[in-house]
Every structure is written in C-alpha cells, then in structure tokens.
Design a protein around this ligand. Structure first.
Ligand SMILES: NC(=O)NC(NC(N)=O)C(=O)[O-]
Ligand SMILES: [Zn+2]
Ligand SMILES: [Zn+2]
Length: 503
C-alpha cells in the first residue's frame, strides 16, 4: 500500500511531467549536430496555403516519425500552442518537396565539377528533397552493379537530400541482358541513354536496337528508360570547318543542333515505344524523353504517340522556359546546353504545351563543370562544356517566369513533385497526403530577390550558373526531409541525413 502523501504526489506527477515538458520545449534550441534544425519528431506545420492533391487548403500537416499522419483543414494553433509543436508559416506556401529526376552530380570522379555534398546542399536550399542522379559525368559512368555501388558508397553520409540513381544503357550492357539485369537488381531506378555523343568517353551512344533491348529488360522490372533524344543529321552547320565559323556566336552554336535532330530521334524512338502498348512485347516498360527543347514537330509526334497508347512521357527544363536564343549574348557560354535553347516563339509553344499537359514534368538537368571548361575568356560556344547549372533556383525560376502564363501552385506541385516521383517509382514521395514521407518545401511566392554576389549559392561554382544576375520571385523559407528540417532561413542542419534510394 502506497502511503497517502505519496499517492497525492503521484497524482500530481502527470502535471509535473507536462510542466517540465513545457519548460524544456520553451528552451529547446535547434539541436545542432542532428539531422534537423528542430527537435520535434511529432509536430504540425500550419499555413493558409497547403498544396494537396485535392486542392489548396488552409490548415496543417501533422508529421510524426518522418511521415505525414494527417492533413487537416483546421486551425491547430490554439490546440497545440502550449507544446510549441506547431510551426506556423502563416501565408507562406507549403508544397511537397521537389523531386528532380535529372541532375548530374559527377561524384565520384569529377567532384571538382560538383559533388554530393555541394550539389545536395544546393538542392536543400532550393526546396528539392529528392534527386535522381544521372549515370554520366561521374567517373566511372554508372553502367554496372559495381559502378552503381561506387556511387552509393560515395553518396553514403554525404547527401543533404535523398538521392536515387539512374543506370546507364550503353551498347555493351544493352547486348548483355544479365549485366543489365544485374544493374537493375542492384537498385538502379531505371536507365538512361543517349542517341548522340554524350561528351563523356565512357558513356557511348545507343542506337534503336540497343534501346529496344533495354526496353525489353525494363518491362520485367516496370522501370523507365530516359533518353537524350537528338540524332546527328547532316543539316546542322557542324560540317563547316572550324575556321569558317564565329565560334563566339550563339547563333552559330544554335544552328549546329537544329530542331530536326530532336525530331529525328523522337521519330525513331516512337517506332520502338509501340512495344510498350498494352499487350505489346515491352508492356510495363516506359520511355521518358528528357529535356525537350523543340516545341514544334517533336512535340506533335509525342502527343500522337501518347494518344495511341504508347507509354511515353516528356520533361522540359526551366532554362528552355526562361531564356530564348535572341537574348543570349555571344560568348556567354553559361547558356550552352544540348539541345540548345531555341527562339522566343518556340519558348511560347513550350509554355503552352506545359500548361496543356502535353509536357508532363520539369527537371533541372543541372550539369555543371569546372569554370575553366566553360571557356569564358574565349567565349567559344563550339568548344565550351554544354550544361546549365541551376539546381538551387528551379522553383523560383519556374514560378517567376510561369506567373506570366498564369501557372497555379497545383501545377507546380504536379510538374516538380508528383509526376517526377511517379516516373522514378517513388510511391512514398511526391504529394502531401497521409502515409507519405514528410518531404516539404515552404516558400514565399511574393518574396523578391536578386541573385547577386551576396546571395548564398551552394553550387560548387556560382559563376557558371546562367541565373546569376537574375531578379527572381519565390523564396524558399524551409525544406523538410522525412520530417527533418534540413534547411531554414539560410541555415542547414549540421548532419547530412539524406538516404540513398535503391529500388
Ligand atoms: N554530359 C552531359 O551532362 N550532358 C548534358 N548536357 C547538356 N544538357 O547540355 C545532357 O544532359 O545532355
Ligand atoms: Zn542530355
Ligand atoms: Zn543531363
């Protein structure tokens, strides 16, 4: 029998515990050294603008153990205020974290171009919570189980966001089913190939036969093939001897890779994607065309193929939507990429296709190099490295330019989170819904900023980014990865707690 005075004291115990919890919470500081800037594992994020699959709501997202456990259209602030478990963002937008299915992090092997630590820090600061890394520009290229393991080992404990990996489809493994299966069994989320030279020696291009083989293996795994769709034609002016061209001229570069290269590649691809139709020999496989630039005939072909049941999707990138050939200054090789940024009328058509749903999603195609390879002194468009560096800015860029076309927050979430997560088979990410991982970006659509010398940039080489000097609106306030605040207001959590994602 417990003496009466102890029983009275025990009766007060829950009150003591609650009071202690309140005091501890009041003095809780961001816990340095951990994965999150906040100590909570069960909390609510409140806002008047939460982007869910069923529309924008005013309310709160309840997060517990890294997952979304409820999404409520109620004011939870009063109910939970005492515990300081509500983080209130008022008018800021809460969206699913971005899933970037096309980034070149070049690690291991070319870390001086960009590595997992710098690339994923930039991603976190930009509201991207998941990156799928491309199999080329690192060394060696990711074309086998062994080379995938090099990637995974290099990423371990060094990424601020979750990172998945595409494997490379190259002639050698395309003709060797067991090696391709081995790469997929090891966890590659899908494959990627080039129909023109990739610029990387150990990543040779594939032809239609290789692509057909790849799709047939992928159909068993129900994973996608991503293709860089350009086929070299004789109609570019690349045949001119170098001396006859002003290599500083953007127009000269632009004309070396005309839209007919994209069109030719897509025409060929669509002969193979017949097989992906329901009942076809490669049913279950899916073809995804990366970084579409030509919004004319290439897009018409894709639209028709989709209508006749091919399993095909297409992405474009913010640089094709933000810039036009007419605005690019000669010698400014920051804007060199392949396929090239085309004329302003083409850009308008890209926007129209995106708004109509004919372009399914967006990706960064962040493809940096060391500044020396951009040949800024010579301004040589023909010899400079092709690739735009943009990872940290894709959300404000899409928003700033897209506002003029009337884009909605729901569209942003679909293009940047839901559709890319589906492409990569990440059923546990991509939307704000009960049961999903709590990957979120909180951002202020009205905040304006200039990307000048003072702006913190986490890419390895800020001067190669095509966006430096731009005025943008839409500022990322906080990024949440599986419930952890990995970024808020210029601060990153001290530990890099991103996970590798293997299928
Ligand atoms: N080797 C590359 O990173 N190439 C990339 N380069 C671009 N887009 O200019 C690409 O995705 O094709
Ligand atoms: Zn490409
Ligand atoms: Zn790329």
């Amino acid at each position: 029998m417990i003496p009466a005075k102890w029983r009275i004291l025990l009766g007060f115990l829950p009150i003591f515990v609650a009071a202690a919890a309140v005091v501890l919470n009041l003095f809780a500081k961001p816990s340095a050294g951990k994965c999150s800037l906040y100590p909570h594992s069960h909390y609510w994020i409140a806002s008047k603008s939460i982007v869910t699959p069923s529309g924008i709501i005013s309310g709160a997202v309840e997060i517990k153990g890294g997952k979304i456990v409820s999404v409520v259209e109620e004011d939870v602030r009063k109910e939970h205020a005492w515990s300081r478990q509500v983080i209130d963002y008022w008018d800021a937008v809460v969206m699913p974290g971005l899933v970037d299915v096309h980034a070149h992090l070049n690690d291991p092997g070319r870390e001086e171009w960009e590595g997992f630590p710098s690339g994923t820090r930039a991603a976190a600061a930009g509201g991207i919570t998941t990156l799928i890394d491309m199999p080329l520009n690192s060394f060696p290229s990711t074309v086998s189980r062994e080379t995938l393991m090099l990637k995974v080992n290099s990423a371990a404990g060094r990424t601020h966001v979750d990172v998945g990996f595409w494997g490379g489809l190259v002639p050698e493994n395309a003709m060797n089913t067991s090696s391709l299966e081995d790469l997929l069994e090891a966890g590659a989320l899908g494959l990627k190939s080039f129909m023109c030279p990739s610029g990387i020696n150990d990543f040779p291009m594939t032809n239609t036969t290789h692509i057909k083989e790849g799709l047939s293996v992928l159909s068993k795994y129900k994973r996608p093939l991503l293709v860089h769709a350009e086929i070299q034609q004789d109609n570019g002016n690349s045949k001119l001897p170098d001396g006859a061209k002003d290599s500083r001229s953007y127009n000269v570069y632009f004309n070396t890779r005309p839209a007919s290269w994209e069109e030719a590649a897509i025409k060929e691809l669509l002969t193979v994607t017949e097989d992906t139709k329901t009942g076809g020999p490669a049913e279950g496989a899916h073809l995804h065309i990366v970084h579409l630039s030509d919004a004319r005939s290439s897009l018409d072909l894709i639209r028709e193929a989709k209508q006749s049941g091919h399993s095909v999707t297409v992405e474009t990138c913010p640089h094709y939507l933000a810039f036009s050939a007419e605005e690019i200054t000669d010698g400014d090789t920051r804007f060199k990429c392949a396929p090239p940024i085309r004329d302003a009328a083409n850009k308008e058509k890209l926007w129209a296709a995106l708004m109509d749903g004919h372009i399914d999603m967006l990706s960064s195609d962040h493809s940096p190099s060391v500044p020396e390879l951009k040949l800024f002194n010579e301004g040589d468009f023909l010899r400079a490295w092709g690739g735009i560096s943009s990872l940290q800015f894709v959300l404000p860029v899409t928003w700033s330019y897209g506002r003029n076309y009337g884009i909605t927050l729901e569209q942003l979430a679909s293009w940047w989170s839901e559709k890319p997560a589906n492409l990569a088979g990440l059923t546990f990410k991509g939307t704000i819904a009960v049961g999903k991982q709590a990957d979120l970006v909180v951002w202020d659509p009205e905040a304006k900023f200039v990307l000048d010398e003072t702006y913190p940039v986490y890419h390895k080489h800020r001067n190669i980014s095509a966006y430096i000097g731009s005025k943008l609106s839409g500022k990322v306030l906080a990024t949440v990865l599986r419930g952890d605040f990995i970024y808020e207001d210029g601060k990153h959590s001290l530990l890099s707690c991103g996970h590798p994602i293997l299928q």
